[in-house]
Design a protein around this ligand. Structure first.
Ligand code: BZD
Length: 823
């Protein structure tokens, strides 16, 4: 790149300019004419048109970063749950109106074209969506940043239901073309796997080790634009796709065996084939470790070779980069950077360690012990023998320190070892990340505190300065501006549009909570959003819901700790009370309970719970009396696109995990920002939401974390709650006796016996408290003025949960990097 790289200019920001560009794309790129084009042709032409408006900014951002050589953030994440790109690009470029008008002049409807986009579902849930929010905020704040990840050919599975049970179908999101990506095969990177290490003496007579990989894979970068919101900045998301090395290599390897050579090719390309659909319970599968090493090795190589100037002194690497590790999935980057520095750049071990430790920071997203990744030493040694050697040495030196500082406390040494000894020898990735990174953060206040006090307590005593908190956030561009145009318009009318990039300004709405006219308009927006949802569910799922009812929503991954079962027990109890005549229909606040959840395909209990929800729903919805006041809707395949219509329509947000189990939650923030009230436990970021919105505007229930821990310690007995609570007994009885399974008692027996036998997440202990809170909800909803006052206050007081604020916290507490605005 020279000083004078000429930059292209953007198409004209006008309806005529847009029409011209669109027609050119349709004719020249899609090779079709308007009269004969399909919706997909039109969508692709539209996407490419919008892309052109971002192109000059993208190039300019890239050139500016290269010239200024600022400290950059590299976000390393195995998942990015991006959602559709078109709308986001349109709002970032302020082209919504122009595009709408331009298309209309051609007889096309933007809304129809938008529907043709398949969202890239390259993530499972919260962790992947968080990564997408963060890169959006970094671009909007003009921070030099790059996201690195994997371009899975198949993203998160498409969920359908057969007889109420989850069926998974492959998500072939690339099938009809991917207009937002730019492949750069010329920048491919080679990654090694397997083989062995060998000792040798270098020219200076120093004993060294080197890796002789057994096989290699190519990583092909695919770049995606990450547009900042109207700030002239477009950052890059670089996702790696695996390819077999050139046939020449394969020949050497598999000489004379053509079939075997082709098999190797497929084998290599499997690495980026599919996203593991596991969430909070990692699979210890070899292919997954291959994926992790593959994208991290590609990314580190890419940063050093492509983004640093030639000849850059790598001793100064921490001045130029911080690699943020999104959970432990990319932690293999720590030994990889050590290997690159020591083996490839001839660094002394201590110098390399000093550099490495300053280049990484680790975010933990869980509290569940089973979610902490460990890799068997046997597997690590077979796949990455040199990395295992490096990990051993890191561990030896670290444990020597622990031994010295603890006066030889061997129990402590064993507890803190990066290598676990039982049940098999394995590398504890969270420990490696903590030892090898400069900072460790949790994702909400309570979570960070529990990390320090429980999960990583020994490490927090050893390295107190490393531990910090950064509470999660969500991007207001996608989750308010784009998803809720009605509310956005109302807010902008009241306080101007500065809130989109400065969400604290929502505070200015507070006085309007007392303004009856504002509340009326707020309710009008909510009603219109419900109508939008009615329309979507009708078209997409054939589900009918009544928009005049309270919309009670629980959407998130299906996991026992999140307690969809608790919500369902509430539904069953209301059903029971109405059908037994205990509750008169006239006295029930009409509700529509919406569930949305995917279960990991191998998580048997979660899949049973999905089936149970659907079966309860079928019975409730077809009951002549009950269905007038209570309906259950469970649209299949909940994803970012559905969330964009569902969240703005919700009245009640269900955030009901057992206290101490949900690291943060981010759905909770999206609902509060869109004016839903939360019913929730004191868990994750709920704690902070409640503090900000105020107790009067939040329905708190359930055990606190210390209470739940104390009960667990004493020995939790679910049957004691069962025995004492008649309505709970009756609800479970209905399920157990087959009322929701055509009289078959065996269908949901495992769910019931699990609740009565173990109930690891204390559903029964919180049942009564939850019912009581739901009664408070009903009472509050009966007063629309008071309810909308609370809802407005939820919006006004949730500005803290912008991912822009999260980014400021990371910049200040962890990254020590700065924005580089366009000149
Ligand atoms: O991360 C989630 C937590 O459960 C949420 O509480 C939190 O809000 C978000 C963002 O910090 N964790 C995950 O989503 N975890 C995973 O998706 C995951 C994926 C693969 C393997 C292990 C965990």
């Amino acid at each position: 790149m020279t000083e004078n790289t000429p930059l292209i200019s953007s198409p004209e920001h006008s309806v005529e300019g847009f029409v011209r560009e669109f027609m050119r794309e349709l004719n020249f790129s899609q090779g079709t004419v308007l009269e004969r084009s399909t919706v997909n042709d039109e969508y692709l032409a539209l996407a490419r048109t919008v892309r052109h408006y971002l192109m000059a900014q993208w190039m300019e951002t890239t050139v500016d970063h290269y010239r200024a050589q600022p400290k950059a953030v590299a976000y390393l994440s195995a998942e990015y749950l991006l959602g559709r790109q078109l709308d986001n690009a349109l709002i970032a470029t302020d082209l919504v109106e122009i595009a709408t008008e331009a298309l209309a002049s051609l007889g096309l409807d933007l809304a129809d074209l938008r529907e043709a986009e398949v969202e890239p579902g390259l993530g499972n849930g919260g962790l992947g969506r968080l990564a997408a929010c963060f890169i959006d905020s970094l671009a909007t704040m003009s921070v030099p940043a790059i996201g690195y990840g994997i371009r899975y050919e198949y993203g998160i599975f498409r969920q359908t239901f057969a007889d109420g049970r989850q069926v998974e179908e492959p998500d072939n999101w690339l099938e009809y073309g991917s207009p937002w990506e730019f492949a750069h095969p010329e920048h491919e990177v080679t990654v090694g796997f397997g083989g062995h290490t060998e000792k040798y003496t270098d020219d200076d007579g120093v004993e060294r080790s080197r890796w002789v990989p057994g096989w290699r894979v190519l990583g092909v970068p695919h770049n995606y634009m990450v547009p900042g919101y109207r700030n002239g900045r477009v950052n890059t998301l670089r996702l790696w796709s695996a390819r077999a090395t050139h046939a020449f290599d394969l020949k050497i390897f598999n000489y004379g065996d053509y079939a075997e050579a082709v098999r190797s090719q497929t084998f290599a390309e499997n690495i980026s084939k599919v996203l593991y659909p596991e969430d909070s319970t990692p699979q210890g599968k070899e292919l997954r470790l291959q994926q992790q090493y593959f994208f991290v090795a590609c990314s580190i190589r890419d940063f050093i070779d492509q983004l640093l100037p030639r000849g850059f002194d790598l001793h100064r690497l921490p001045e130029r980069i911080v690699f943020q590790l999104n959970d432990t999935h990319p932690v293999i980057g720590i030994p990889e950077l050590m290997r690159v520095l020591v083996d490839e750049h001839g660094f002394e071990w201590d110098d390399a360690w000093d550099v490495t430790r300053r280049c990484f920071a680790y975010t933990c997203h869980t509290l569940l012990p089973e979610a902490l990744e460990v890799w068997p030493v046997e597997l690590m040694g077979r796949l990455l023998p040199r990395h295992l050697e490096i990990i051993y040495r890191i561990n030896d030196e670290f444990l020597a320190d622990v031994r010295e500082r603890s006066g030889g406390d061997e129990l402590l040494v064993r507890r803190m070892s990066i290598i676990a000894e039982h049940p098999e020898r394995a590398v504890r990735m969270a420990y490696l990340a903590t030892v090898g990174g400069a900072r460790v953060n949790g994702v909400a206040e309570l979570h960070s505190q529990l990390l320090r006090d429980k999960v990583l307590a020994d490490f927090a005593s050893f390295f107190p300065e490393k531990f910090t908190n950064v509470t999660n956030g969500v991007t207001p561009r996608r989750f308010v501006k784009l998803a809720n145009p009605g509310l956005s318009g109302l807010i902008t009318e009241a306080i101007g549009d500065g809130w989109v990039t400065d969400l604290d300004r929502l505070r200015e709405l507070e006085p309007l909570a007392e303004d009856a006219e504002f509340r009326r308009r707020f309710r009008e927006v909510k009603a219109a959003n419900k109508d939008r949802l009615v329309d979507l569910l009708r078209r997409r799922d054939g589900i009918e819901i009544d928009p005049s009812t309270m919309l009670d929503v629980m959407v998130k991954r299906l996991h026992e700790y999140k307690r969809q079962l608790l919500k369902l027990l509430h539904v069953v109890t209301v059903y029971d009370r109405i059908t037994t005549g205990e509750l008169a229909v006239a006295g029930v606040t009409p509700r529509t309970v919406v569930f949305g959840a995917k279960a990991a395909p191998g998580y048997v209990m979660a899949k049973q719970i999905i089936a149970l929800i659907n079966h309860v729903g079928a019975v409730v919805n077809s009951h002549p009396e009950v269905s007038g006041v209570l309906r259950v809707a469970f649209p299949a395949n909940y994803n970012v696109t559905v969330a964009e219509t569902l969240v703005p329509a919700a009245d009640l947000s269900e955030q009901i995990s057992l206290a101490g189990k949900e690291a943060s939650g981010t759905g909770n923030m999206k609902f509060a920002l869109n004016g839903a009230l939360t019913i929730g436990t004191d868990d994750g970021a709920n704690v902070e939401i409640r503090k900000l919105v105020g107790d009067d505007n939040f329905f708190l229930f359930g055990l606190t974390e210390p209470e739940a821990s104390a009960i667990a310690e004493r020995g939790y007995r679910p049957t004691s709650y069962y025995e004492e609570n008649e309505s709970l007994r009756r609800a479970l009885h209905l399920i157990a006796t087959g009322v929701f399974s055509h009289g078959d008692r065996s269908t949901f027996e495992p769910v019931v016996s699990n609740l009565l036998g173990e109930d690891r997440f204390m559903v029964l202990a919180d049942y009564q408290s939850y019912l009581d809170a739901q009664e408070r909800v009903d009472a509050a909803y009966a007063d629309p003025e008071a309810w909308s006052r609370s809802a407005v206050l939820n919006v006004a007081r949730s500005g803290f949960f912008s991912s822009d604020r999260s980014m400021r916290d990371y910049l200040e507490r962890i990254w020590h990097a700065e924005p580089l605005p366009s000149s």
